[in-house]
Design a protein around this ligand. Structure first.
Ligand SMILES: C[S@@+](CC[C@H](N)C(=O)[O-])C[C@H]1O[C@@H](n2cnc3c(N)ncnc32)[C@H](O)[C@@H]1O
Length: 250
């Protein structure tokens, strides 16, 4: 089931049932960095009720992946991203911070500081995540290691250890590297591979995935490719049409 809604996400989410979403993968506007066809009304008074709605519609054990960065205003980052993460905790979510390192983006930002090339990928979980298909593609540099047996003590109270072989690939760490993507007429599309990896990590086939800030529909495209149901909401008609075309062509 694919359900695409051309409306304000707060209004559309208010009509959704409690606890109906397994996973949200989304990226809200970043402060006022972009105006999205001058349609944007953004600030605490908007994102706070949106986070409250996201908590309400998320199933127990469901996850919200909230990808965000900060604007720099008068020489300082705004810190809005952290305010949002802390507010998500006030709403009841657990929070884990992941980083998207934007490879291939050159050296960006002010001359006074090192190049700015990451965004936060906050993982808001309603309790402990119910689905964790954690990707194992990190090469284990150490092929074998020593572990303690029985608390490391034998009968004489001496240290006791045994050698174990490590699998060649271990669980990925929480900094992910993806090129920025320009794939449509939208100013800020997600990298498809990044969305793919979140979808397979935190949901199963047949689950329902939401994106309340659908933009060009990357989350919808990757949800469909991975046999998940999808609900996408986008306010700007021009972007909504791009998303419709991309998702139906998938
Ligand atoms: C950062 S972009 C998302 C891009 C998307 N991840 C993609 O891959 O194309 C944020 C989007 O949210 C939309 N938007 C902003 N406020 C909204 C609201 N209240 N309801 C629905 N959509 C909104 C903007 O028009 C914009 O397309």
């Amino acid at each position: 089931m694919i359900n695409l809604i051309n409306d304000d996400c707060l209004k559309a989410m208010a009509e959704m049932d409690d606890c109906c979403i397994d996973l949200t993968v989304t990226s809200p506007p970043y402060d006022n960095l972009r105006t999205y066809k001058d349609s944007l009304e953004w600030g605490e008074h908007v994102w706070k009720p949106i986070l409250e709605q996201l908590y309400r519609v998320t199933k127990k054990g469901g996850v919200v992946v909230w990808v965000v960065g900060d604007a720099t205003i008068k020489g300082s980052e705004t810190g809005t991203s952290f305010r949002q993460a802390l507010y998500a905790v006030e709403c009841g979510f657990n929070v884990e911070t992941m980083i998207w390192e934007k490879t291939g983006s050159g050296c960006l930002g002010s001359n006074k500081y090192y190049g700015q090339n990451f965004e936060y990928m906050f993982i808001f979980a309603k309790g402990q995540p119910k689905t964790t298909n954690l990707i194992k593609d990190r090469e284990n540099k150490v092929k074998s290691g020593t572990v303690k047996v029985n608390g490391g003590l034998d009968k004489e109270g001496k240290g006791k250890t045994r050698t174990v072989e490590r699998k060649p690939l271990g669980k990925r760490n929480n900094i992910w590297r993806f090129d920025t993507q320009k794939n449509s007429d939208h100013p800020a599309p997600f990298p498809s591979a990044m969305v793919n990896d979140h979808i397979i990590s935190w949901s199963n086939e047949g689950d329902t995935v939401l994106d309340p800030f659908m933009g060009s529909g990357t989350t919808g495209k990757m949800a469909k490719m991975n046999n998940r149901d999808f609900i996408g909401i986008e306010k700007v008609e021009e972007y909504f049409k791009i998303a419709q075309d991309r998702i139906s062509a998938t």
